[in-house]
Structure formats: C-alpha cells, structure tokens
Design a protein around this ligand. Sequence first.
Ligand code: E4P
Length: 218
Amino acid sequence: MKFFIDTANLEEIAEAQALGVLDGVTTNPSLMAKEGITGEANILAHYQKICDIVEGDVSAEVISTDFEGMVKEGEALAALHPQIVVKLPLIADGIKACKYFSDKGIRTNVTLVFSAGQALLAAKAGATYVSPFLGRLDDISTDGLNLIAEIRQIYDNYGFETQILAASIRHTMHVIDCAKIGSDVMTGPLSSITGLLKHPLTDIGLAKFLADYKKGNQ
Ligand code: E4P
C-alpha cells in the first residue's frame, strides 16, 4: 500500500519523507488555506516546493467547478511538474474533465467520493486515483470502511486500473483496516503514519536489550 501524507505543511512533508516510507502528498484548498498559502502564484510556487521535497505523486486540486475552468487550471497544474496529479471534484464537469485529462495522458485524482456509484463513474472516466473520504463518512455514523471494500470489489470485478486512495484517514486503525481491505493508497496526517511505529512492548524490549548490553559490557 502506498502512503501519502495529507497536508500542505512543508515541515511535516519533510519529516514523513525523511522516514523513507512516503509515496506522495495530497492537498486540498482547505489544507492550503490552513498554511496561509493564497493567490495563484503562491499556490503554484508551494506545489513546486512540495515536489522538491517528495519523489512521488502530488495531488493539486482545481478550484473551478465548470469543465472549461477545470481544464485550464488542470493543464497549468500538470505543466508545473511531472509529479503533479490533477485533483478534480466528483461532479458532472469533474467527470468530463477526468475523461479529458485521461485521454491526454494527464493523471487525475477524483475527490469527494462518498459512494460506490461515484467511484464506478470515476473509474469509467479513467481516473488514476479515486478518493473515498473514509473519516467524513464515519463522522456521520456511516461505515467508511465498507465503502472502501465495495469499491475494491467493483474494481476487481472489472479489472479497473484506477487506484483506490483511501482519504480522510484519521488514525492508525484506519490505515491498518484499509490495508486489510486492499486499498491501493492511504492519505492521512503525519500522526497516522508515525503512530504505526508505536508499541509499548517495543519500547520495553529495547530498554531491556540496552540494559543487558550495558551490564555485559562494563
Ligand atoms: C483528500 O484528499 C482530502 O484532502 C482529505 O483526505 C480530507 O480529509 P479530512 O476529512 O480529514 O479533511
């Protein structure tokens, strides 16, 4: 399973990259705003900085909601760097734009997916990635993991190459459950990755190994 980090914070991206397990980055307009990145030129420059830190795919989301606007924005984003993946919302014009970009060989991430039917549409439009929002479904007492499982089954039934990018990951158990289901990618906060390191028996065991070494090597 690929690990993407879901942030526009350069320090966090660098920390995840330094761990050696990072495969890419996802951003969205809210995450960019959180970092105070505003204005087209600053936004493009920030994507460039992210691409300089990581080696993998960097999802950059369009703001337009009409086909022509999405195509214009997406082409500018894709031209910025080969690592950029154009992120499009799952609305009718987003699906049209996804088909347009996939026909041109430009990679896409169809976002804001909350149903298996939406994921089927994105795959038919040739999306590189589809982003079902697991945590936001859980937030409204709906089984987000079940959606990942449904999409996995549908894509496997027909051999769709669209990769399932489990998004809106909130914690380590989401990561593990998505891996069990067979999600191709997960994107979450830094804590969802570094949290996987933690186990008290690892800490206790290491302390004992080091203490025993010290005793025998005084
Ligand atoms: C997906 O690409 C989104 O950026 C993201 O995962 C949304 O997560 P949230 O529900 O925690 O905002």
